[in-house]
Design a protein around this ligand. Structure first.
Ligand code: PLP
Length: 450
């Protein structure tokens, strides 16, 4: 089938996620046909460096035959059975064991889901169930952050703090409250980063007191906000947040859907920031995106209560721990271990990207270049000296993103923040290529704005 025919059918029948349906109908979609390593290919014959690892998920890169073989073998052996009631199957059991080996020491259980959104729905159910079992049913409020992304189901969207989603999706799940995010470049430059990190932690404490300390059940956050703009919090933030949560006996939920599985140079972002989460939603890099699977890693405190006191937990999905997805996820983690992928990010590729990425800070359009592990962001500014932003109507981030795509690089825009999160198997040479393509795109963006 030719590209135009596929595009016409796409326009006629396909409603894309997070897309202006009408605008897409007019422009037509790019059709991605195949991929290998860190490159995707489209139906027009272009090869494009995937600086976003799909949607932050293809951690091992494309075309790994071991994952294809793991899926094929499992499809032959047992294509489906469930984990409901009192059944299970080897892939789910082995994956659960592997995950608990990799997780922080106090985490020894996992509940499987089909996605990150379902994982966050599960979090909401578990948090409220936990406090009810503890005889504190009034602990209902969950504190999250503005501009957070925790998924697209009603619970995920309510836990998230994306204003445009809330505007379309009401009424939201009640008793979720959002506090300011530790986004120093965007919102905190009247203070030092350190002072701003503490200010954001104090905002959590103030909200706890406002809601009533006996009414707050949990705080949920990503270690580094991904979809919000690759926002690395100031170093003072997490230690101060940990203190506040401990003071008021509030559960910590660390959303590891993006930061888990090596993105920040540790198996989990929680290990990088020395966090001890009670619950950790996971997905994406768990299977390198080859098949859909997610879950919630459950710390001992919550697990023991749910197990010892909970009776039947009326919750689960047909595809919780799906055998083929679990087999692929297990193989994915085994390959990551055998190839030292996470250590490679921590000791070699992350520091290398940091050095190369920082060189983009010299560009006249860039107000800040930041990275951690293999996640990076560029803040585009109209005035380099003051860090003043462009008029939003110019949509400079989208302009830069489109230029990138056309010149062979997937780089995402969140407003005027440009983001990368390439496969963790990228080489140093490919990092050089990525940075060179990004620099060219910035030059071209500047020319178009002139
Ligand atoms: N949590 C975070 C931090 C995410 O980035 C995402 C997806 O981008 C989700 C949850 C939702 O995951 P899914 O799209 O698999 O439902």
């Amino acid at each position: 089938m030719h590209s135009q025919d596929l595009q016409a059918l796409d326009r006629a029948h396909h409603l894309h996620p997070f897309t202006d349906f009408k605008a897409l109908g007019e422009e037509g979609s790019r059709i991605v046909t195949h991929a290998e390593g860190v490159y995707i290919h489209d139906s027009e014959g272009n090869r494009i460096l995937d600086g976003m690892a799909g949607l932050w998920c293809v951690n091992l890169g494309y075309g790994r035959q071991e994952l294809v073989e793991a899926a094929t073998a499992q499809l032959r052996e047992l294509p489906y059975y469930n984990n409901f009631f009192k059944t299970t199957h080897p892939p789910a059991v082995k994956l659960a064991e592997k995950l608990c080996q990799l997780a922080p020491a106090h985490v020894n259980h996992v509940f499987f889901t089909g996605s990150g959104s379902e994982a966050n729905d599960t979090v909401l159910r578990m948090v409220r169930r936990y406090w009810a079992l503890k005889g504190k049913p009034e602990k209902q409020w969950i504190i999250s952050r503005e501009n957070a992304y925790h998924g697209s189901t009603v619970a995920g969207m309510s836990l998230g703090g994306m204003a445009p989603m809330h505007a379309q999706g009401g009424p939201l799940v009640p008793e979720i409250s959002h506090v300011r995010q530790p986004y120093w470049f965007g919102e905190g430059r009247d203070q030092s980063p350190e002072a701003f990190g503490r200010t954001c932690a104090e905002a959590i404490e103030a909200r706890i007191l406002e809601l009533g300390e006996d009414n707050v059940a949990a705080f949920i956050a990503e270690p580094v906000q991904g979809a919000g703009g690759a926002i690395m919090p100031p170093a003072s933030y997490w230690p101060a947040v940990k203190e506040v949560l401990a003071k008021y006996d509030i559960l910590l939920v660390v959303d590891e859907v993006i930061c888990g599985f090596g993105r920040l140079g540790e198996w989990f972002g929680s290990l990088h920031y020395d966090l001890e989460p009670d619950l950790m939603p996971i997905a994406k890099g768990l299977s390198s995106g080859y098949l859909p699977i997610g879950g919630v890693l459950v710390g001992d405190r919550v697990a023991e209560t749910l197990i010892e006191e909970g009776g039947e937990f009326f919750h689960g999905f047909t595809y919780s721990g799906h055998p083929v997805c679990a087999a692929v996820a297990l193989k994915n983690l085994e390959i990551m271990q055998a190839e030292g992928v996470v250590e490679g990010v921590r000791d070699d590729l992350g520091p290398y990207l940091a050095e190369r990425w920082a060189s983009l800070a010299e560009h006249p359009l860039v107000g800040e270049a930041r990275s951690l592990g293999l996640m990076g962001a560029l803040e585009l500014v109209a005035d380099k000296a003051s860090g003043g932003r462009f008029d939003k109507r110019l949509a400079v981030g989208n302009l830069c993103r489109d230029i990138c795509f056309a010149s062979g690089l997937v780089m995402r825009s969140v407003g005027d923040t440009m983001i990368i999160a390439p496969p963790l198997t990228i080489t140093r040479e490919q990092i050089d290529e990525l940075v060179a393509l990004a620099r060219d795109a910035l030059d071209e963006t500047a020319v178009r704005l002139a």
